[in-house]
Design a protein around this ligand. Sequence first.
Ligand SMILES: NC(=O)c1ccc[n+]([C@@H]2O[C@H](COP(=O)([O-])OP(=O)(O)OC[C@H]3O[C@@H](n4cnc5c(N)ncnc54)[C@H](O)[C@@H]3O)[C@@H](O)[C@H]2O)c1
Length: 296
Amino acid sequence: MGILDGKVVIVTGAGRGIGRAEALECARQGASVVLAEFDPSPAYDVADEIITAGGRAIVASGDVADTDFVDRTVASTVEEFGRLDALVNNAGILRTSELADMSDDEWDSVIRVHLRGHFVPTRAVCRYWRASGRPGRIVHTTSIAGLYGFSGQTNYGSAKAGIAAFTAIVASEMEQFGVTSNAIAPMALTRMTTDVVDDEHRGRDGEFVFLDAGNVAPMVAYLCSADSGHISGKVFGVQGDSIEIFQPFTSVAEIKAGGRRWDPAELGDRVGELFEASGIPAGAENGMTKMRYGPS
Ligand SMILES: NC(=O)c1ccc[n+]([C@@H]2O[C@H](COP(=O)([O-])OP(=O)(O)OC[C@H]3O[C@@H](n4cnc5c(N)ncnc54)[C@H](O)[C@@H]3O)[C@@H](O)[C@H]2O)c1
């Protein structure tokens, strides 16, 4: 018995890395899995692995930001399996560049795959759940690159911060239909991160490999299950043996002019009070300095 017995889950970008691990875990937990993936070859390997282990999986090969492909995938999932219970928005790409050197294509392609690639599948499943009256689960994929703000990643970080906002707004709109919307900010050693992870964090045989993509998957399977119906609009950090919760952007200090419009000339003296009251430094910060492996 698994926590997803009888359920049907679509995982985007399921051919590699974290998406592959999520698809395998959902199947292990009893779900039939639709692998929506740009690159068919690794997706068929994942499907074979699931089927060989006694599960059910099909590949839908295409671009998650393409409306026709996504709408067809959702329709054919319901046709094939008779239902749809969860969507895992995972597909993503990285094009790292300092802003001043970034090309239009580096900006547009990253924003498209992540933001539009979350919007299009989410809209399709929300339409299905609203019309069918069935409950639904959506798990989005954000990143600390967006939540903290990593230098060299204005495109990727902007998309990922947008996904965190998208998560909360979808949650509030879809609550009335029994649909939850949560996000994970994962960390794992994959094709995407292989150039930046140092040897110390790659793990050794026989050890618990902290950055194994499989460590991200149990929380995603849980968020796809009926058991997590009371949780929505939240962002969870997931890496190794660690699960964290992020606080949304929130106001932490205020100054007031006293019932009149501020004069710009007085702000030089007063804005500093916001930094003093909050402890927030006034200058630029590179969020990469906040990166760590697990809560500490
Ligand atoms: N690896 C990490 O530490 C890390 C950290 C934070 C966030 N993330 C996010 O996790 C997700 C998975 O990343 P990963 O590390 O497994 O990367 P990965 O490159 O190993 O896998 C991504 C998969 O998505 C597929 N894909 C890309 N664009 C697609 C599209 N338009 N349509 C369909 N499929 C598409 C790729 O073909 C690939 O199989 C991404 O959203 C990434 O931004 C990863």
